[in-house]
Design a protein around this ligand. Structure first.
Ligand code: ATP
Length: 141
């Protein structure tokens, strides 16, 4: 396996679960959050964790964000921060940007500013559950 460098911005439940899986699979994972407590809580599940406001270009540069193969933006409620972060990452030349969206409009804007893959956690999970219920192996439900 080629070890990749991932950065996960926003260490809520979604961000931490993505970060943790990648880390457990043997990849290098940097966790980033503006909230110090979130960073401390995530430390056991990532290679490194740092406190930073990713809407600031300076902060992204000092982290060395350009060196990462893929950046996952897991900020949701603060839509402005989510959009600003994705657009800065795009400007800095990050090729693979994955972003979480809370709704359709949010997702459309993330697409416009440069996210390659947009995830709608609730919608996607709902569809997954329904698909499982509809699969022939799940007739008992
Ligand atoms: P989840 O649903 O994944 O549990 P959440 O409900 O905590 O997430 P979100 O708004 O999705 O809330 O935020 C995820 C994380 O993003 C939070 O821990 C928040 O501190 C972080 N965050 C918000 N703005 C910034 C920013 N500008 N820079 C870095 N991290 C940020």
């Amino acid at each position: 396996m080629t070890i990749k460098q991932y950065a996960v911005i926003g260490l809520g439940r979604f961000g931490v679960s993505v970060a943790r899986k990648l880390y457990e699979a043997g990849h290098e994972v940097l966790g980033i959050d503006i909230n110090e407590e979130r960073v401390e809580d995530a430390e056991p599940y990532v290679t490194h964790a740092v406190v930073a406001d990713t809407t600031e270009e300076k902060a992204l540069n000092s982290i060395g964000i350009r060196n990462f193969d893929c950046v996952i933006v897991a900020i949701g409620i603060d839509m402005q921060s989510s959009i600003l972060t994705v657009s800065l990452l795009k400007e800095l030349g990050i090729k693979k940007i994955i972003a979480k969206a809370l709704g359709k409009r949010h997702g459309q804007v993330l697409d416009k500013v440069g996210a390659e893959w947009i995830i709608y956690p609730e919608r996607d999970m709902g569809e997954r559950v329904a698909n499982q219920l509809l699969s022939p192996n799940m007739l008992n439900y």
